[in-house]
Design a protein around this ligand. Sequence first.
Ligand code: PLP
Length: 961
Amino acid sequence: MPQPNFLEPTDTFVPRHIGPTDSDIQEMLATLSLPSLESLVEATVPSDIRLQTSLTVPSPRGEQQVLAELRDMAGQNQVWRSLIGMGYYDCVTPLVIQRNILEDPGWYTQYTPYQAEIAQGRLEALVNFQTMVADLTGLPLANASLLDEATAAAEAMTMCAAMSRAAGHERKKFFVSENCHPQTIAVVQTRAEPLGIVLQIGAIQSLDLSRDEFFGLLLQYPSTDGYVGDYSEFITRAHASGVYVVVATDLLALTLLRSPGEFGADVAVGSSQRFGVPLGFGGPHAAFLATKEEFRRQMPGRIIGVSKDVTGRVAYRLSLQTREQHIRREKATSNICTAQVLLAVMAGMYAVYHGPAGLRRIAERIHGLTMVLAEGLRRHGCVVGLEPVFDTLRVPLSPAQSETILNRARQQKINLRRYDDQSLGLSLDEWSTVEEVQQVLALFVGHEIPAEEFTAILASVDVRYPAPLARTSPYLTHPVFHRYHAEHELLRYIRRLQSRDLSLVHSMIPLGSCTMKLNATAEMLPVTWPEFGRLHPFAPSEQAQGYQALFRQLEAWLAELTGFAALSLQPNAGSQGEYAGLMVIRAHHRHRGETQRDVCLIPVSAHGTNPASASMCGMTVVPVACDERGNVDLNDLEAKATQHRNRLAALMITYPSTHGVFEEGIRRMCQIVHTHGGQVYMDGANMNAQVGLCRPADLGADVCHLNLHKTFCIPHGGGGPGMGPIGVARHLVPFLPGHPVTKLGGPESIGPIAAAPYGSPSILTISWVYIALMGREGLTKATQVAILNANYMAKRLEKYYPVLYTGTRGLVAHEFILDLRPLKESSGVEAMDVAKRLMDYGFHAPTVSFPVAGTLMIEPTESEVKAELDRLCEALIAIRGEIESIAEGRQPRAGNVLKNAPHTALSVTAAEWTKPYSREQAAFPAPWVRDNKFWPSVGRIDEAYGDRHLFCTCPPMDPAS
Ligand SMILES: *Cc1c(COP(=O)(O)O)cnc(C)c1O
């Protein structure tokens, strides 16, 4: 019997997620002269690609019901004490950081800081992170995070290859110490092969450096089984034969140990996870990479540089190389786009919270407890492997002993690391206590150690390292690491930085191709549930049944929404999905004996990550032209496909296109590529225009990545985390990513492309909750409204700025491009000036100059209410008026309100005001800003100055501040 209306849940989510009400929708449709959402879809999405079947995703549900279901799933995870180590260590997230950063939308909702003047908060926090990494590693140049330790090691390898080439060498070999974490070795292996890099894995003692074959090598310090070696002499020999040295390391250990920079390393990489970031069954965490000054041009990822604003005040911004990916394309240093900003902010803030003395105390405590454990074991007849160590021991045992100890450990819910040779490993961490050491000793010895004996052991331990291993150099000497140890002060510092960032808590962020939709609180809550947060990635699968259930359901839903046969949840960002997907395609060709297929066709309008990813797979990028309507030129595609038919590996295509149009020719494009033996890779960044309406697999794609941080509500974190799972058609399933520790993938697997088997599991809960709340009707309506919002705005704005591309019926998809190039001639105003002026109106700019230079690309998403869309339209219309007054000569071409934007509180309240417009016009140009003003904390930033003087650690502090 159908329920009466009054019994329906009152906490349904769909109307909370979708901004416009039904009456708004009717009004907006009327401006487009369309009767219904369905007619809008008919007019925008080509009929031959519309979804024919109905989706099996369940119907929408209420928030409490969905969270209760997830609670049950979380309850199937068992949080044991994990002493497995291998690069992942349980730690204590300072609660002031958990609540005020990790759980605060003022920190997690914004995108990568493309508009630096309204991103000074997270930029400063990232400079703190870079300073911390540079200090601890002893290398001057650090980036603002990479995706995980293993991919950071792989990036370092390609960096060394580039440095070696630049030095005039022609070397193909890279050596990896067998004492690195297994997942690091495996990811480096995956990366090396398509680039023609020959890996040699072994003991460094066995390495023959005399033949000048190696361009670089990778060591781990401390090693995966705990040993802290003195590598200085070895590194001197390596350098003498022209070999660059990468050291994978542990920031906490470096508070006590001589830094890699001091013993000669060229590059240091690692994870900052144990600086207060939950394990999360593998992620997300921030990896780091630091290097010497002379390698700055080869540095992958994003680097925050210190520059100044128009008034000479210190101001931070993304440095040059970050902005170059779209220009350098296949020659870019790496494909990193989304990184791990939120987690880097947390790790940097952990160092601010503890300061150098506090970090050292944490390290000494862990090290001391480890030494006590080692001594206890030794006294009871165990061999504890090579010493010195920091926090990890490896105990050789017979299979029988090993089994007995593991059984005891299981009874006490403790996970240990088991090696293939039956030795057992364990790593202590910030949660370890004297009681835990006694408990672990008892596991190995078989009985409790008497109190007096334990006291004697405690008394006998010396926690100091001998020279030259002991750290003697200072670190974290900058005042930022000393001023905020009182919680009040830290809280205020966190809030002060946050208030300098414009995020989704202030206004819409209309960045095209970024899908800045609602990150609902109900979606975010489970991320910090301990059942999800405190699982070690290599904990036995019986303990992760909740996660397994979540993965299976999420995979099934995403497979249904995309039409693919299977998914891999491993890639940690869209860029990593691209890489994984192209590697799968490459493996497919090779499996069929077509090893020569290495040409990747990429339209000129593609995102910069596309060509960068293709070149990481050893492919040759062949650009395909677009016609004057912004569509892929089918003739050029056919010509290129034919020309390269024997070598054609893939086409990479974004759909709807980066020009914001559902191209009619999509099926034909896929056909052309398939006819010539290639595979179709779809960049799924624009999936927000497809969900529920059409599916990549039905269009003809063989692989597609999904940016869960775009379409499926994972917040952007200010530049990460993200998740870029790939879906593949049936014939590609055997090649999906595997993992050396967790059984995953088949015999044909491309190997692992990330350190953790399932990427960043703790944030997959967000996408699961989103899909569960929205259900099939909600998801489909969200897509329709996303398309409606874009078309409504395009309609309102087209009289003021030309809309560059539209589909055959004059409509756009879920985003659109405004052409500002004609204005430059008439007024001297450029797209960037409009972007900066929007800050004075309280808005973040749309995407500037992608995919077409001199344009703005706007993507409103379904989550914005009509009133907010109207405000942004009014701001852009008012700015158009300001431009007109310049064109008509009523305002000067230089020094006008656009060229001087953004205006800070300081500048408009200065005693002197000589500008050719009023202070009010500068700062309060619209009614809503009088009501609610967001002040940029600095004026226009001097990009050129920062590029000429790359400086990426904390600048001297004004003693008065
Ligand atoms: C965002 C985006 C990417 C890169 O994705 P990340 O998750 O940032 O690595 C690739 N292609 C397009 C079209 C995008 O919009």
